[in-house]
Structures are given as structure tokens and as C-alpha cells.
Design a binder for this molecule. Structure first.
Ligand SMILES: Cc1cc2nc3c(=O)[nH]c(=O)nc-3n(C[C@H](O)[C@H](O)[C@H](O)COP(=O)(O)O)c2cc1C
Length: 208
């Protein structure tokens, strides 16, 4: 059964704008793709451990030379990578912290970006090894102006970073949606969600 893997990074649940946007995104994806189920990984509910010295050693040890200790140290990374590579679709919901990805999401990234597992290097070129068909990002920003030409565009180390990273891993189709100004007043926030809704409408109408 094909599945969409949904990764949620916000520490907040009910009041999270990135999760709210991702809920709408997920509904559209399910609507447009009959038979697709959703598997969730909530990085706030179950934080991903940082990689350790022995995890890194395991990442760079050829399979034939792996010891029990190294196998144990990389077992969780194996699980996360299998979950990612088995997905048809990836949904990542995240917020911006200090102009970039929150550490909860970065910990997941550090576990899944792994040589000869999710990318390879032949001495000249890198090749992405993740066969996920398409990825969607649902990003929340406290301020506004992170889009092209915006006042904060040059400070956006969240969305462009995630798009580049997922493409590096081999996912060719990456679409990003955002809700900005989430620390503003209620009217501004409601307008930001309405704008995101219109962007979702347009994107999924065009894809239908
Ligand atoms: C520690 C911290 C750092 C933040 N850094 C930024 C930032 O650099 N730029 C920004 O636009 N918003 C920033 N914000 C605001 C969050 O991105 C915003 O509140 C977002 O809606 C949180 O995501 P959520 O609603 O899904 O929980 C920051 C918030 C916190 C608590």
C-alpha cells in the first residue's frame, strides 16, 4: 500500500500554524491520490537523538566490516531511512527558528542524509538515492517577507535549504507552501492562512 510519510517538527500541537497548514496539505494530497495512506513521525512527541561518534563511524564503515556496536549505533538511522525510502510522497511541516530549520528537524536530517544509503558519490558526482516521487513542505514563519523579493528573502535558510536538500537526495518534485506573519494579530494570521489556502487550491487544481 503506497504511503505518504508526514514529518511534523513544531513543538506546538493545537496552536501550530505549520501543522495546521500541513493538515490542509495532507487532505489535498489524499484527495488527489486514491489509496494513499499516511504514516506520521512527530519529531516533538518523539525527538530524534543527535548522531554520536559511533553513529558517524557506522555511517562510514563498509557493511562487511560492521561490528555489533556500530550496527546498534546506526539501527535507528536504518529505520528512518527505510521509512523515507519506502514512501511514495513526503510531507514535511516545520517552522522557522532563527532563520533556519529547528533542531528537531535537523536531528532527523542528520540521521537520514547518509552516504550510500540516501546519496552516493563516485568521486566526481553525487547521486540521490531516495525514490520518493514528490515532496511537499508546509512552513510557518513568525515574520513576513521571506518570499522572492521580500524584505527577509535573503534570510530564508529554511525553505531554500529544504528544497535543495530533498533534491540532492533525489526527490525531483518538491513543492513548498508557507504561512507567514504568524506572530502578528489575528486578522493578519487569518489572511495568511487564507492566502496559503488559495495557493494550495491553485497548485492542486493545476495538478488535477
Ligand atoms: C526560538 C524562536 C525562534 C524563532 N525564530 C524565527 C525567525 O528567525 N524568523 C521568523 O520569522 N520567525 C521566528 N520564530 C517564530 C516562529 O517561526 C513562528 O511562531 C511559527 O509560527 C512557529 O511554528 P508553529 O506555529 O508551527 O509552532 C521563532 C520563534 C521562536 C520561539
Amino acid at each position: 500500500m503506497p504511503y505518504a510519510l508526514r514529518i511534523d517538527a513544531s513543538s506546538r500541537h493545537q496552536s501550530s500554524h505549520s501543522r495546521k497548514l500541513a493538515d490542509r496539505l495532507e487532505a489535498r494530497i489524499i484527495e488527489s491520490c486514491a489509496g494513499l495512506t499516511v504514516r506520521r513521525r512527530d519529531l516533538a512527541a518523539e525527538p530524534i537523538p543527535h548522531i554520536l561518534d559511533k553513529t558517524i563511524a557506522g555511517f562510514y564503515t563498509p557493511p562487511s566490516q560492521m561490528t555489533e556496536t556500530l550496527r546498534e549505533a546506526t539501527a535507528f538511522s536504518d529505520t528512518l531511512i527505510a521509512e523515507l525510502k519506502g514512501a511514495d510522497t513526503l510531507i514535511v511541516s516545520t517552522h522557522m527558528y532563527n532563520f533556519t530549520v529547528p533542531s528537531a528537524l535537523k536531528a532527523w536530517i542528520d540521521q537520514i542524509v547518509r552516504v550510500n544509503e540516501t546519496f552516493s558519490f563516485d568521486g566526481e558526482a553525487f547521486t540521490g538515492l531516495v525514490p520518493v516521487r514528490r515532496a511537499y513542505l508546509a512552513c510557518a514563519y513568525g515574520a513576513a517577507g521571506y518570499g522572492e523579493g521580500g524584505a527577509f528573502a535573503s534570510m530564508n535558510f529554511l525553505e531554500p535549504y529544504l528544497v535543495s536538500l530533498l533534491r540532492f537526495l533525489g526527490i525531483k518534485e518538491v513543492r513548498a507552501f508557507r504561512v507567514e506573519g504568524t506572530t502578528a494579530d489575528e486578522t493578519t494570521i487569518a489572511e495568511a492562512h487564507e492566502m496559503a489556502e488559495r495557493q494550495l487550491d491553485a497548485a492542486f487544481r493545476a495538478a488535477a
